[in-house]
Every structure is written in C-alpha cells, then in structure tokens.
Design a protein around this ligand. Structure first.
Ligand SMILES: Cc1cc2nc3c(=O)[nH]c(=O)nc-3n(C[C@H](O)[C@H](O)[C@H](O)COP(=O)(O)O)c2cc1C
Length: 182
C-alpha cells in the first residue's frame, strides 16, 4: 500500500478476528510505534501486548477496577468480555519523564502518535486495528496493575487483528471547514 493512500484512506475496523499479527508483522508494528515523534528523545512509551491468556488478565484488571468502584453488574459483565473483541490488545502507555522543556502533555501526544503509527503499520500489512479508551484507563487500580507512576498515563487500548468485514467509506470532509491561513 502506498504511504499516501494509507494516510488518506485509513479507516478503523472494530470487527477484528484471528489471526493477530505475529512475528515480523508484529515487530514492524512495534517498530512503527517506536518511530513516533519524540521531543527530547525521551522514548516515553511502553506497549503491553495481550493475547490468549493475556486478554483474560486484561479483563481481570478492568473488572477489578470496576468492582472497586462498585459498578453495576452490567458494567462488570461487559468488561469481562471487552478485551476479547480482538485477538490482540496493545495497551499503549505514556511513561512520562520529568524534563524542563518537555511537559507531560507532549509526552502523551507522542504516545498517541505511537498508537496511530502502530494502527497504520497494522493496516499497511493487511491487518486492522481499533483504538479504544474509556474511563478505566484513568483508574488508579488499572494504573497500579500496569506499573504506572507519577504522571504516566494509558493513552489507549489498541485492538488488533484481521479485519472481519470491509472498512466503511472514508467520510467526505471539506478541507475549508478545518483550515485557515494567517
Ligand atoms: C484516544 C482515542 C480513544 C478512542 N476511544 C474509543 C472508544 O473507547 N470507543 C470507540 O468506539 N471509539 C473510540 N475511538 C475512536 C475509534 O478508534 C475510531 O477512530 C472511530 O470509530 C472513527 O473511525 P475511523 O478511525 O475509521 O475514522 C477513540 C479514538 C481515539 C483517538
């Protein structure tokens, strides 16, 4: 796939089935994440890959947080199943380092770019991805389970797999609605 086509035509697909990327394809996805723009060369990213038993562990982490919150049963039942919507989930973490010129916000943005780059690398290799978030990625118990400290933050759960359906059409957007010139 040409780079510009990928940029112009990328869509997310939530319907993700086996197989998940593995071997060289997975390595390329991670390496793409490691090419995210990075002010100060802080490498403020950690990627935690879950598949198979890992998906159950991720569900357990989310369910535990919901139980601590005394969430309704319906929420807990949903969380038990949530990670199994794809054969692989990569938890994308901004590991924030103190730096006089690079505030935490820039490091969160860098981790967000890493998530996008990994999704792009998945699509470029005929896999697909869907970036998810939700209140649980801000929860203290979830942070503890992933070893987060200080200003570290989970910026998303990148669901990855093989597309289970075709992508929706790219929405028409009028450039003029979003762009102005000084
Ligand atoms: C930081 C972030 C978090 C997101 N979290 C969710 C989410 O929890 N649930 C969801 O349905 N979509 C979420 N999305 C949006 C989808 O990943 C996707 O971008 C959206 O459905 C539009 O599809 P497209 O990427 O094909 O334009 C999130 C996007 C971003 C950037």
């Amino acid at each position: 796939m040409q780079a510009l086509d990928l940029l112009l035509e990328r869509r997310s697909i939530a319907n993700l089935v086996e197989p998940a990327p593995e071997g060289k394809a997975l390595e390329n996805i991670i390496k793409a994440g490691l090419r995210a723009p990075d002010h100060g060369n802080l490498t403020p990213w950690r990627f935690v890959i879950a598949q198979g038993e890992g998906l159950r562990k991720l569900a357990d982490i989310l369910v535990h947080a919901a139980e601590v919150n005394q969430s309704p049963d319906a929420v807990i039942e949903k969380l038990k199943k949530a990670p199994f919507r794809a054969p692989m989930v990569i938890t994308v973490i901004a590991k924030v380092k103190e730096h006089e010129k690079v505030p935490a916000l820039e490091q969160y943005l860098s981790a967000g770019c890493a998530a996008q780059a990994m999704q792009m690398a998945a699509v470029a290799q005929s896999f697909q991805g869907f970036w998810r978030s939700g209140e649980w990625m801000f929860h203290q118990e979830v942070h503890q389970a992933f070893g987060l400290e200080g200003e570290d933050q989970i910026v998303g759960f990148l669901y990855l797999g093989t597309p289970g359906c075709s992508a929706m059409k790219v929405p028409e957007r009028n450039i003029g609605d979003y762009v102005s010139y000084l």
